[in-house]
Design a protein around this ligand. Structure first.
Ligand SMILES: [Zn+2]
Length: 84
């Protein structure tokens, strides 16, 4: 077991953080896919294929938006490192 890591740059203690991997662009992309999936679902719901594609796109969008990475962040210089 390792203790609390320290920052290699400034030797400050680091803290656990959960950071969403997607930046603003990623969130917008996920929203676009979500909206597109909803449109396909609504307009093509009467076809089985349309319903399936719409649902798949909505699930995909939710997966894109919910991706999170666990990192260590320095409380001083805000450098982040991936946690195992
Ligand atoms: Zn630091």
């Amino acid at each position: 077991m390792q203790g609390k890591p320290i920052c290699p740059y400034c030797a400050w203690p680091m803290r656990r953080r959960t950071r969403s991997r997607g930046n603003v662009v990623g969130i917008i992309k996920a929203l676009l896919v979500l909206v597109l999936g909803l449109v396909i679902l609504v307009t093509l719901f009467w076809t089985i294929v349309g319903a399936i594609i719409g649902l798949l796109m909505i699930i995909l969008a939710l997966g894109m938006g919910g991706t999170r990475t666990r990192v260590w962040q320095c409380t001083n210089c805000r450098a982040t490192f991936q946690r195992a």
